[in-house]
Design a binder for this molecule. Structure first.
Ligand SMILES: Cc1ncc(COP(=O)(O)O)c(C=O)c1O
Length: 306
């Protein structure tokens, strides 16, 4: 009997995504002076192939979807995002030869638009914010059943599991004497993954969300006061007492000091936002998980280095 091989068509996707997994992660940890008295460890997630920590969940969401048969070579992959997740998805999809559609508000920065286009993404814009971009994407999915795989970082468990299975164990191997690990809050993926990984290790998790001062808010971060809890964010595991708001006051000065005293190292905006609270900690061995680098934000770069 002739054997049909529906999986064969996508089996090369499995090979390709497995290869990509060997390229993501294993990011370096550097020691950074943050003021006259204090140095911290910085896990440089900006060293991932497409430049941010989001390469990890993007890869893991795709890997698991391919394994589950949800993505074949004809699938259009889509996500609604105004940030690094889209860039991570665009990179993974371009490496896999898949079409990627990025839905975002019109406020998506020029820099991120050009990186996305560089990876071959098709860009779709909505009025309003990310919620409106998500609604637009949902309407396209409803109108074209079977055409899309929607990564959906806010509801996809393989977002936070990327950090549980990879980022956190990697960091614990690199800094075995860490006392505290500081991360940012967006979808809740990093914080939830770390919360589960650090449970019962004696290492404390600290999570920094956006400032409540909307005019001073930092791109890519969120604050639970303005949004409903992302479905994947496990606040019980994180512990509400471990959540801090970004302090906008020292943000630029802090980044300038770091730049001038660390051979021109330019913090990303989110990393600087995490540090506005982390520098107040007295823990001797403190690690900041730095989601990306400052060169992704040209206006910020000019402000800090100018
Ligand atoms: C620059 C940057 N930092 C931090 C985060 C937050 O990470 P997470 O979505 O894992 O909570 C994001 C994403 O929202 C981001 O783009």
């Amino acid at each position: 009997m002739l054997k049909t091989t529906p999986i064969a068509k996508s089996s090369s996707l499995v090979d390709k995504v497995t290869h990509l997994a060997s390229l993501v992660g294993n990011t370096p940890v550097r020691t950074l002076r943050v003021n006259d008295q204090k140095s911290i460890y910085l896990k440089e997630e900006g060293q991932n192939p497409a430049g941010s920590i989001k390469d990890r969940p993007a890869l893991n969401m795709m890997l698991r979807a391919i394994e589950a048969g949800l993505v074949t070579p004809d699938t259009v992959v889509a996500e609604s995002t105004s940030g690094n997740t889209g860039i991570g998805m665009a990179w993974v999809c371009s490496e896999l030869g898949l079409e990627y559609h990025n839905y975002s508000p019109m406020t998506l920065s020029e820099r991120k638009q050009s990186i996305l286009r560089g990876y071959g993404a098709k860009l779709f814009f909505s009025d309003g914010g990310t919620d409106e971009a998500t609604k637009l994407l949902k309407s396209r999915i409803d109108a074209n059943p079977g055409m899309y795989f929607w990564a959906s970082q806010f509801t996809n468990e393989n977002n936070w599991k990327a950090h549980l299975e990879n980022t956190a164990p990697e960091l614990m191997r690199q800094v075995p004497d860490a006392d505290e690990v500081w991360v940012a809050f967006g979808s809740g993926g990093t914080s939830t993954g770390f919360a589960h990984a650090l449970h019962n290790t004696g290492i404390d998790l600290r999570v920094v969300q956006n400032t409540l001062e909307r005019a001073k808010r930092v791109e890519g971060m969120r604050n639970l006061a303005w949004i409903s809890k992302p479905p994947i964010a496990d606040l019980d595991a994180i512990g509400p007492e471990n959540m801090y708001d970004t302090d906008p006051e020292p943000l630029i000065e802090l980044a300038r000091w770091v730049y001038e005293n660390n051979d021109g190292f330019l913090l990303g905006t989110t990393t600087a936002a995490i540090m506005t609270q982390a520098i107040k900690s007295e823990a001797p061995n403190l690690v900041v998980v730095s989601p990306d680098n400052g060169d992704r934000y040209p206006d910020w770069q000019a402000t800090v280095t100018g």
